[in-house]
Ligand binder design. Structure first.
Ligand SMILES: [Zn+2]
Length: 223
């Protein structure tokens, strides 16, 4: 298991790297990869192809990998344990995927799936926004991270079956400035696509605000 020494911590971490060689975020073996993962864990990442979407408001739902092994572990560390250093590998996986599928050519605006403000205060960041910002920067596509809002707290979708998931997120998102998405082809960005219920609910309100099309891109797809 990762120790506190593996958490990326600015100058303190840089000094530690000199004294103690870096170890893998996931398994704790020593590693030289710039991503902070050993070769064994890196090789367990299974990249996958594009997917269609069964959800009515999403044109296409792309996922870069499967939600298992290293990716699952890394997303958990990134989302709940503050391992922001994992942004680098997530960014590179997403950038490669976007290039491979020419996704950037058809997108006017990138929008992260928002989290409820109290959750953001607990975690101090929205993981989806970090991913969305790195894509926006790399492909020079504008980002809007303020006009799609989560307006109420919801239970974690991972605890629920499909029917309850639908009920759980229904009417939990709101558009602040309706003009912001008008006639725009929007790419929603998040970490995991399981049934797509949350992303579909976001897409529904974006289409209601006259977005011309809504696509989604996630790091991983539930298996
Ligand atoms: Zn490892």
């Amino acid at each position: 298991m990762p120790s506190v020494l593996q958490k990326p911590k600015s100058i303190f971490k840089a000094l530690l790297d000199i004294v103690l060689p870096p170890v893998c975020y996931v398994c704790g073996r020593s590693c030289s990869s710039k991503y902070g993962l050993c070769d064994l864990c890196l090789n367990k990442i299974r990249l996958c192809a594009e997917y269609g979407s069964k959800n009515p408001y999403i044109e296409k739902a792309w996922s870069c990998s499967y939600y298992k092994d290293t990716i699952k572990e890394c997303i958990h560390l990134f989302k709940y344990k503050g391992y922001i250093g994992l942004t680098d590998i997530f960014r590179d996986i997403m950038i490669d995927f976007v290039k491979k599928h020419d996704i950037d050519k058809n997108i006017d605006l990138i929008t992260p799936v928002p989290i409820y403000p109290t959750k953001k205060r607990e975690r101090t960041y929205n993981h989806a926004e970090i991913l969305a910002r790195s894509l926006s920067k790399n492909f020079a596509i504008p980002i809007d991270a303020k006009n799609l809002k989560k307006i109420r707290w919801t239970r974690s979708q991972s605890e629920l079956g499909r029917e309850k998931r639908l009920k759980n997120v229904k009417d939990s998102f709101l558009i602040v400035d309706k003009g912001a998405f008008s006639d725009k082809c929007v790419l929603l960005v998040d970490d995991v696509y399981t049934t797509g219920t949350t992303i579909n609910e976001c897409a529904k309100v974006l289409r209601g605000a006259k977005a011309s099309k809504v696509f989604s891109l996630t790091l991983a797809r539930g298996v």
